[in-house]
Design a protein around this ligand. Structure first.
Ligand SMILES: CN(C)[C@H]1CCc2nc(NC(=O)c3cccc([C@H]4CCCN4C(=O)Nc4cccc(C#N)c4)c3)sc2C1
Length: 408
């Protein structure tokens, strides 16, 4: 029986001792010990002599960056970039996010990517960008994700004057996407147009889950760091900065209110030159929330914005997603929440090819990966340990290969 159970864990993509994780472990150990000062110790020198070539040949057989052709930089974040790439073997185009391990170690910030990896790997939802592969080398983590050729909603808002009809459609899709994420037990905490991407069909998906956090059984999160982008952050997350605060998924519904306002008015409701003034406006939202007199915005749009931009206990969505879906702002004669996925989106991206990037801003690549920025550590720091278990494949991998064998 133990044999069976052990074999099951080796083949289970979610098990910490699945084969991909064990291969990560031996690779990490060799990379962390293969430094001259450590190899003066006999036991380490013997270990490296036995395993160095094993790990080299292993790495040549596993997925690596050069299996992909870099086509274009399509995005940049705090610890890395997203590139449009083409997989040499399948010729398929993907968005490949690269996170710099050195930066994460230096900033002691090397755990946020687990939620992003797990959500995109296991969501299996039309509303969440899918992870095809995750792999790594001594310098970077790589997430190979589906390419969203329509770009993000920031780009859409700067390209078009968004009508209430369009806003209704994108807000409904955002509500469904957040409902799916909350259903998985996560709060996003950084909902903003930059994280809503348009697929080839014109429907949107949530992306960039670095700020996500798992709710506990009570559906709340105890966490002091205020994470998120100032303009979209809810008052309760702001107020409790530093102290151990408890908040729930309603923080995401606040951001939906900011999103609707921004699409209809053209700027965020609490924007101010100085950051501290933005915070003050958010804390005093009861008095600071204003609609410009010349804004063409319907009463029902104003109402839903006010219902989202209210204190947590009475915020729309606090009790259920259905109370959001029932709001009269969404009433229209073309779709409802159950037919939304089949409705015709406002914009269907016109694409000349599968690697068309016209809907993404030009970004020059910061090619910092020249060697000198990468100095060998002086002693064993275990710098590769935080990344063990990150490697994942949505399809063929040693794990699935073994699973498909008859004898298992
Ligand atoms: C402070 N700690 C705790 C952490 C809080 C959360 C966090 N997130 C980070 N994130 C990053 O460092 C990062 C790197 C590249 C791109 C992107 C996004 C921002 C720009 C575009 N982007 C993105 O993910 N795009 C994307 C994603 C999926 C598909 C497609 C396509 N097509 C495009 C983010 S660093 C960091 C620190």
């Amino acid at each position: 029986m133990e044999q069976e159970e052990l074999l099951r864990q080796l083949l289970d993509a979610r098990s910490p001792i699945n084969i991909e994780s064990l291969l990560d472990t031996i690779t990490a150990l060799v990379n962390d010990c293969k430094i001259p000062v450590l190899m003066r110790m006999k036991s380490i020198d013997n270990f490296i002599n036995r395993y160095e070539r094993v790990v080299e040949s292993l790495s040549s057989m596993r997925m690596k960056a050069c299996d992909f052709r870099q086509l274009k930089v399509i995005g940049r974040g705090a610890f890395g970039e997203v590139h449009l790439v083409r997989h040499n073997k399948s010729n398929t185009v993907y968005a490949m996010k690269m996170l710099n391990k050195d930066d994460m170690i230096k900033r002691a910030d090397s755990a946020f990517f687990w939620e992003e990896r797990d959500i995109m790997a296991h969501a299996n939802s039309d509303w969440i960008v899918r992870l095809q592969y995750a792999f790594q080398d001594p310098r970077y983590l790589y997430m190979v994700m589906e390419y969203m050729p329509g770009g993000d909603l920031v780009n859409l808002m700067t390209t078009y004057d968004v009508s209430e009809k369009w806003t209704r459609f994108y807000t409904a899709e955002l509500v469904e996407a957040l409902a799916a994420l909350h259903e998985m037990g996560y709060i996003h905490r950084d909902v903003k147009p930059d994280n809503m991407l348009i697929s080839r069909s014109g429907h949107i998906k949530l992306a960039d889950f670095g700020t996500c956090v798992k709710m506990n059984e009570g559906g709340v999160v105890r966490c002091s760091t205020a994470v998120g982008t100032p303009d979209y952050i809810s008052p309760e997350v702001l107020r409790n900065q530093g102290q151990d605060a408890e908040f729930g998924k309603e923080v995401d519904w606040w951001s939906v209110g900011v999103f609707i306002y921004e699409m209809l008015i053209g700027e965020t409701p609490f924007y101010a030159e100085a950051l501290v003034s933005t915070y003050t406006n958010i804390m005093n939202h009861k008095t600071s929330l204003k609609f410009p007199d010349d804004a063409q915005i319907s009463e029902k749009a104003k109402d839903i914005i006010k219902r989202f931009l209210s204190a947590a206990p009475e915020r729309l969505g606090k009790n259920s997603v259905d109370e959001i879906r029932a709001h009269r702002f969404f009433v229209n004669d073309e779709w409802n929440f159950s037919t939304l996925r089949n409705a015709t989106p406002p914009i269907i991206p016109t694409l000349k090819s599968d690697d068309d990037t016209t809907h993404f801003e030009e970004i020059e690549s910061k090619d910092r990966d020249n060697q000198e920025t990468f100095q060998l550590p002086k002693t064993f720091n275990g710098n590769q340990l935080p990344f063990i278990g990150f490697t994942y494949s949505n399809e063929y991998s040693p794990v699935n290969g073994l699973k498909n064998q008859k004898q298992l």
